[in-house]
Ligand binder design. Structure first.
Ligand code: DGJ
Length: 714
């Protein structure tokens, strides 16, 4: 076996023809994914793990299993690719024909491996985009039909990864409305474990498109080899984890192909969804930092920009408001000191006014009775008060009781000869239809044209696809789920092109639809309608594995008002802060406290939004939780500690910090105190070494208690 030259870091595109035992190395600072071209042209995954330091060692690597397994007669395991060829042949055999590596930008390299079936002409291109500094790899696959007739794509995974370890533990994120991202960890044993969704628009209502896979023992925050993976697809997804008879694990990631088989016309290419993953040798914390850094630098819309604090009127008014009420609420926003007022659902439709959720969706003109002077007057009022104005839309949906439905029933997904099934009294528009795409785009575009001062959109999506039939697609109904998402992306892309800096919140009846491809078009997402701060400790903890705090919208409301406003706000401060509450629901002291908390938040945004998160104590462990955010230069940190329902006489432990510089001295100050509240500590200084070995006695035996502590290096 001969070691060939590796195509790493080269700026020039390099193409190679078949060479036996050639290695293709995809690498980041700490990860190596090494593929091998075997004598017969088959491509195998030879190595995936920690970065290998000595190139000379690579010659000893084993062959490994086939990288992108296809359906053939002799394959027992679930394939990544399953094609029914034009001549009826159900098997595909791929052989390597070329590979290239190209530097896309500083620190981002793309390797493309081309595989072909010589007998049944199809080409498959595996794309690997490696983000060197962030240790994240993005993978997607292109499948091209080079036959003279159409072929049937029956399975089309984005990626397949192989592991050989002693044990595997899978953490999944499941839930429901107001009960999102519950984390459950189970060992994987022989056979298949499938995690998928078939809900279409609100695809992630029950299951999120991401997982944590511990290789060997379950990873902790700071120990263990662990893979974090997410599918970038705002629709149906499917992960298969298959353990074989020898303990080998195959991980397949992709769009759910159930009821999504595709006909690929001659010459047509199908591009799969993106799969993003990172591998850490140092536990979960490092893996999360990788995802957070990558998201802020490369993936999230305006990932490096600031975010606006806001006051939302949804829970303060629901549908019951008029211009006067809204303008009064704007005064609340000003008093709190937030940047923006966000007008939620209920401002539109005239023939069937949107005074509840059973009418008006689809008719995007202001309701004259509620807003006689239109949104323009609200923009004026916001400007006069020195704040920004944002607005809610749910552009993909329609109520049967609407003018839009009366005019265009053919624009709606509806199954022939069946009573339409409704979810929250609404139906889904047919985004596979270009005319519907134009309509959805025009909702944002018209509002922006009429009211260019609109500074923010909340884009909601409350229903799954309940009636999966597209009048537009006619005899290609199995293309619906994929083409819907493509239609959505095409609308979102047009919006991004025309309004590149417009901040937008992705929402789906809480967070029923969150993934990093969608977040290319959104600056943030609504994490849950459940804003009970105890539940939020868990929900925000779950999201923190993949998302940086600036993406996770967290609002202070009246949910669980047995907890203090301070407790609720301190929890919300760990995300992108907002309020959805009337000041009349707060005492004078609460308001004073909240004003101070908003000032602190604005001052500390560089730490909380851009710093590294260290999850010190998980809410899943018991009755306490703690997080610290630390700037990359380790000079500034904000620590949050929470006591939920401590048991009588329980043993408490110090909160031991991480991420500080052991050699520096840190001044410690408790902030976000209620007016007149005494603090546990007056201006003390500790070394980073002390704080990271001994820690601070911050947890208490008090119920529903919170503390926020600022650490400043001297
Ligand atoms: C569901 C969202 O999650 C809420 O925040 C709110 O916007 C409602 N929809 C409005 O109908």
């Amino acid at each position: 076996m001969k070691l060939k030259a590796f195509l790493v870091g080269c700026l020039v595109l390099t193409a190679t023809s078949i060479q036996a035992d050639e290695l293709i190395r995809i690498q980041t600072h700490n990860i190596d994914l090494i593929l091998k071209v075997k004598d017969d042209g088959r491509l195998t995954q030879s190595y995936f793990g920690k970065h290998l330091r000595h190139d000379g060692d690579l010659r000893w690597l084993e062959d490994g299993r086939e990288t992108y397994l296809t359906r053939t007669a002799d394959v027992y395991f679930e394939p990544a690719l399953d094609i029914l060829h034009a001549d009826g042949n159900p098997s595909t055999r791929l052989r390597h024909t070329a590979h290239t590596t190209n530097q896309l930008e500083q620190g981002v390299q793309e390797t493309i491996v081309t595989l072909e079936d010589q007998k049944e002409p199809v080409s498959v291109r595996l794309h690997y985009i490696a983000y060197t500094a962030e240790d994240v790899i993005k993978v997607y696959t292109e499948i091209q039909n080079r036959q003279k007739k159409g072929i049937q794509l029956r399975k089309f995974a984005s990626s397949m990864l192989h592991f050989d370890r002693a044990a595997y533990h899978l953490t999944q994120f499941n839930g429901n409305w107001a009960d999102e991202v519950k984390m459950t960890t189970t060992p994987l044993a022989f056979g298949k474990k499938i995690m998928d969704s078939n809900l279409g628009t609100r695809a992630d209502m029950y299951s999120q498109p991401q997982f944590i896979l511990s290789l060997g023992q379950p990873a902790t925050e700071t120990t263990g080899e662990v893979l974090l993976g997410q599918l970038g697809w705002t629709g149906n997804f499917r992960f298969v984890f298959e353990v074989d008879e020898k303990g080998g694990l195959r991980v397949l990631s992709g769009i759910n192909s159930d009821f999504s088989e595709r006909t690929l016309a001659p010459g047509e290419t199908f591009r799969t969804a993106d799969f993003y993953f990172t591998l850490s040798q140092n536990g979960l914390e490092q893996a999360s930092h990788n995802f957070h850094n990558w998201a802020r630098r490369h993936q999230l819309k305006d990932g490096s920009a600031d975010r606006l604090t806001l006051l939302n009127n949804w829970e303060a008014t629901y549908f019951d408001f008029n211009e006067e009420k809204l303008v009064t609420l704007m005064d609340d926003a000003v008093r709190l000191g937030v940047d923006m007022f966000l007008l939620d659902d209920g401002w539109f439709a005239n023939k069937y006014p949107r005074s509840s959720d059973n009418a008006g969706l689809g008719d995007w003109d202001e309701t004259r009775e509620k807003l006689p002077n239109g949104v323009g007057r609200l923009c004026d009022a916001a400007r006069e008060k020195g704040i920004r104005f944002g607005i809610w839309i749910e552009p993909e949906m329609v109520n049967p009781k609407s003018e839009l439905y009366e005019r265009h029933p053919e624009w709606v997904l509806q199954t022939p000869n069946r009573e339409p099934a409704l979810f929250r009294n609404q139906l889904t528009l047919d985004l596979t239809n270009p005319r519907v795409q134009d309509f959805v785009f025009s909702i944002v575009d018209n509002l922006m044209t009429r009211y260019p001062e609109i500074a923010f959109f909340k884009w909601d999506c409350n229903s799954p696809i309940m009636n999966p039939y597209s009048p537009y697609l006619k005899d290609k109904q199995t293309h619906l789920y994929v083409d819907y998402v493509r239609g959505l992306y095409s609308v979102l892309e047009r919006i991004k092109q025309k309004y590149p800096r417009l901040p937008m919140m992705m929402c789906s009846g809480g967070s029923g639809r969150i993934d990093y491809k969608g977040l290319e078009y959104f600056t943030e997402f609504w994490a849950s309608d459940n804003t009970d701060p105890i539940e939020r400790l868990f929900i925000q903890y779950g999201y923190s594995f993949f998302y940086p705090s600036k993406a996770v919208c967290a609002h202070v409301t009246t949910w669980n008002s047995r907890t203090s406003v301070k407790f609720r706000t301190d929890v919300a401060l760990m995300g992108k802060l907002g309020f959805d509450i009337k000041l009349t629901d707060m005492s004078h002291e609460d308001i004073q406290y909240a004003q101070e908390a908003v000032r602190n938040y604005k001052r500390l945004k560089p730490v909380i939004m851009e710093g590294d998160l260290f999850r010190l104590v998980s809410p899943y462990e018991g009755q306490h939780a703690a997080n610290v955010y630390v700037t990359p230069d380790q000079r500034h940190a904000v620590l949050f500690t929470f006591d939920v329902y401590p048991r009588f006489g329980e043993q408490r432990h110090n909160v031991v910090l991480r991420g500080l510089d052991p050699m520096r001295q840190y001044r410690i100050q408790e902030i976000n105190l209620m007016p007149g509240q005494d603090t546990w500590v007056h201006d003390r200084t500790y070394s980073g070494d002390y704080l990271m070995n001994i820690g601070l006695d911050l947890f208490t035996g008090n119920k529903l208690n919170s503390r926020v502590v600022e650490l400043t290096a001297e």
